[in-house]
Write a protein that binds this ligand. Structure first.
Ligand code: AMP
Length: 404
C-alpha cells in the first residue's frame, strides 16, 4: 500500500507520521513518531494508530547530531524494520513568504527561495528546510511537498496585510503574514461538517498551544490574524511575549546593551508564560502551581485573548461562532471557561457541563454565539496536500486545494 511521510522538523526534535493512501484518496494514519534531544540526548519514540508503542530507543549523541541525521535514523527504521517506503514526503514549513498561497512541490529552485525567508522565521525555517535538503540530496526523485503556515492567510485584504511603514518595506516582504495556517485550514474544513451555518459566517478560531494565535474567518477564509510579520506577535505564548511595543525592543538594545541575537533569543525563549510566571512555559504546570506569578501569567494569557477577540470581531463587524483548538484550547476546560466569561459581552454563554466533558459544542443552547472545541490535525492537512499535489503533478502550481 502507498504511504505518505509527514515531517515537522524543529531545532531539537523531528516529528513524523505515516499515512496510508486508501481507496478514493482516503488517508489513514498508521503511526506517529518523534525524535527528541537531537544533539543532546537523542531518543526516538513511535506508536501505532491505536497508540500501541512501536519504538522507544535512545541513541548515542554522535548518532543523531542534527535534523538530517535524525531523519536518516527514523527513515532507516521505517524502511528496514517496518518495510515502509513512502511514495512522497510532506513537510511543514513555517514561512512561504509573499509568493506561496498554497503548498508546492519541492525542487532546488523552491528550496533556494524558501531559504531566503529564513530571516523571517530564524528559529523555525532553517530546521524545516534541513530534512528537505537532505532528502533532496539522497533521494532526488522522491516527491516532496512544502506546506506553509502562512499560506492560509495570503488572501488578506491589503489593510490587514500592511504595517504603517513605507511601502518599500512591504514590497521587500515586511508584511503581516499570520501563522498556524495549517491548523486553521483544518478547522475551516471540519467546521462545515459540524455547524454549516456557523462555518458560512464570521468565526474566531483560537489556536492555543505552546504557540498561540487567533484567526478571524469569514466563510472559511482567513481575513485577519493576531500574528504578523513573525510568530512573535499577538497573544502571549509559552515563551514569546505576543504583542509588544517596539519601543521595548529599542530599550533592550540601547539601554540594556543587549545585542540583536540576544534580544531575539530573549523574545523567542524567555518571555510569555515562562517569563511572566518564572515557573514554566507549560500551562499544565501553571494551572497546578500555587505561585501567584503563575496565576498572574494565566490571568494575562486570558486577558489578552479577550482583547484580541474584540479586535477580530471588529475586523469582521460581528461574530457568529468561536472555536478552541490546540493543546490548551482542546484540553483546558478552566482556561476555556475563563475566556468565555470574558467574552460574555459578545453573547457567549458557556455550558459548564459540556465544557467539563470537552464536548464538541460547549456553549449553552441559548448562547447567542455557539462555541466549539475542535482537535486540530495539521499533519492530516499536510498529508492531504501532499497527496493532492502528487496526483496533480502535471499542474503543481494549481490554486489552493480544499480538503474534501
Ligand atoms: P501544543 O503546542 O498544541 O501541543 O500545546 C501545548 C500546550 O498545551 C502546553 O502549554 C500544555 O501545557 C498545554 N496543555 C496540554 N494539555 C493540557 C491540559 N490538560 N490542561 C492544560 N493545558 C494543557
Amino acid at each position: 500500500m502507498d504511504t505518505i511521510l509527514v515531517v515537522n522538523a524543529g531545532s531539537s526534535s523531528v516529528k513524523f507520521q505515516i499515512f496510508a493512501v486508501e481507496g478514493e484518496g482516503r488517508l489513514q494514519r498508521q503511526l506517529k513518531g518523534q525524535m527528541d534531544g537531537i544533539g543532546s540526548r537523542p531518543r526516538m519514540r513511535a506508536s501505532g494508530s491505536d497508540g500501541a508503542p512501536l519504538a522507544d530507543r535512545a541513541y548515542p549523541i554522535e548518532a543523531v547530531v542534527d535534523v538530517p541525521a535524525a531523519m536518516a535514523v527514523a527513515g532507516s527504521w521505517l524502511r528496514d524494520e517496518l518495510n515502509i517506503n513512502p511514495v512522497a514526503v510532506g513537510h511543514r514549513v513555517v514561512h512561504g513568504g509573499p509568493d506561496h498561497a498554497s503548498p508546492v512541490l519541492i525542487d532546488p529552485a523552491i528550496v533556494s527561495r524558501l531559504e531566503r525567508y529564513a530571516p523571517l522565521a530564524p528559529l523555525h525555517q532553517p530546521h524545516n528546510l534541513a530534512p528537505i535538503k537532505s532528502l533532496l540530496a539522497n533521494f532526488p526523485t522522491m516527491p516532496q511537498v512544502a506546506c506553509f503556515d502562512t499560506a492560509f492567510h495570503r488572501d488578506h485584504d491589503p489593510l490587514a496585510d500592511h504595517y504603517a511603514i513605507p511601502h518599500q518595506l512591504y514590497a521587500e516582504g515586511v508584511r503581516r503574514y499570520g501563522f498556524h495556517g495549517l491548523s486553521y485550514e483544518y478547522v475551516a474544513k471540519r467546521l462545515p461538517q459540524v455547524a454549516p451555518e456557523v462555518a458560512a459566517g464570521r468565526v474566531i478560531v483560537a489556536h492555543l498551544g505552546s504557540g498561540a494565535s487567533m484567526c478571524a474567518m469569514r466563510a472559511g477564509r482567513s481575513v485577519e490574524s493576531t500574528m504578523g510579520f513573525t510568530a512573535l506577535d499577538g497573544l502571549a505564548m509559552g515563551t514569546r511575549p505576543g504583542q509588544i511595543d517596539p519601543g521595548v525592543v529599542l530599550y533592550l538594545l540601547t539601554e540594556k546593551g543587549m545585542s540583536a541575537p540576544k534580544v531575539q533569543d530573549f523574545l523567542y525563549r524567555d518571555c510569555g508564560l515562562k517569563g511572566l510566571s518564572g515557573v514554566s512555559n507549560d500551562m499544565r504546570e501553571l494551572e497546578a502551581s500555587a505561585d501567584p506569578h503563575a496565576a498572574f501569567a494565566i490571568d494575562y494569557f486570558v486577558y489578552r485573548i479577550g482583547l484580541n477577540a474584540g479586535m477580530l470581531a471588529a475586523a469582521m463587524a460581528g461574530l457568529d461562532g468561536f472555536v478552541f483548538t490546540a493543546g490548551i484550547g482542546e484540553n483546558s476546560n478552566s482556561i476555556r471557561a475563563r475566556i468565555c466569561e470574558r467574552l460574555a459581552w459578545l453573547g457567549i454563554m458557556i455550558d459548564p457541563v459540556e465544557n467539563a466533558r470537552h464536548a464538541t459544542r460547549i456553549s449553552r443552547s441559548d448562547s447567542r454565539i455557539p462555541v466549539y472545541v475542535m482537535p486540530t490535525d495539521e499533519e492530516l492537512m499536510i498529508a492531504r496536500h501532499t497527496l493532492t499535489l502528487l496526483t496533480n503533478q502535471s499542474s503543481p502550481n494549481s490554486r489552493r486545494e480544499r480538503m474534501s
